[in-house]
Ligand binder design. Sequence first.
Ligand SMILES: [Zn+2]
Ligand SMILES: [Zn+2]
Length: 372
Amino acid sequence: MADYYELLGVSKSATEDEIKKAYRKLARELHPDTNGGDAVAVERFKEVTIAYETLRDPEKRRQYDMFGDGGPRGQGSGDFFSPNFGDIFENIFGQAFGGGFGDGGGQRSARHGEDMETSINLKFEESVFGTKKEISIRLPVTCKTCVGSGSKPGTTPSVCRSCGGSGQVRRVTQTLLGRMMTTSTCDTCYGDGKIITTPCPDCRGEGRKTEERSYVIEIQPGIEDGATLRLTGKGPAGPRGGYPGNLYIHVHVEPSKTFKRSGQDLFAQFNISISQAALGTKLEFESLDELVEINVAPGTQSGKILRFKGKGVPNFGGRGRGDLLVELVVTTPKDLSEEEINLYTRLAEIRGEKISEPNEHGLFSKLKSAFR
Ligand SMILES: [Zn+2]
Ligand SMILES: [Zn+2]
């Protein structure tokens, strides 16, 4: 590889700033996007990046000046860089291009806000037809005074001396496979690349403050109990202008007294009398959205299921609705009056059904009253 200083087009006595400027200029010219991925440009870009990685670090620059790119033990530069080259490349790339070129040297905080969870309760009907819910939650939001920077308005943070403003520190470690370069977040500035000299009095330099926020959440029809909604970027603000986290909302649906849900279908039971089951009738049942007619055919057996198409739960986020299934339950009367007993007895006689003798019935009543 050519001389690192020549690659960057700087003199041997260039300052750190000059090296940085030269690299940025070259990186912009050689960026694969501007060259349509031209192989020669990509290769040069890599070389320039390696040169910059070495010269930007005072210790590595000193070694390079003394020993050249082979390093003090004469190892090839390939060995030196290849184990972590992808990482380095990405870091440089991320900084140089993702971080905003020519943005006045400002470093953007890479620290994200954490994710947050909360829950809401819905009535059964709300879960079926959808609703809007307002939730209030206390969470860190961007400080208005410093607009998230953490610095008192009118003051400027200083560049972190430990990492030179990159937020990353690179260390060379000796391993069995040769020397490896590892990259880690700077301990001094926690990756910000800058040190706040005069903290914002409102947020004590955090760039965020805990406040109450309200969100109106649109609940789509058909949501199920136990579902989780994600509000992307509505979670806590990141420290010092970092991206906000997500807000996760767990949905609890109150069970219905009448309906049980199974997928998109609703299930309900409907009581009818023995006479209604035997003779047939038309009755009304209040489904979730309207009255439906229950047509009891003569001779209906307990457990018969009537299906009402499209009266179930809407498909969540889709079209169509499930069905309503109504089970007819034939109920046996209790506490019969004298007249009813006579009528049921007469009915049993006509049908030749064996029933308790009237005196047995009377005896049973007497026994019962004796134990009262
Ligand atoms: Zn502030
Ligand atoms: Zn630092």
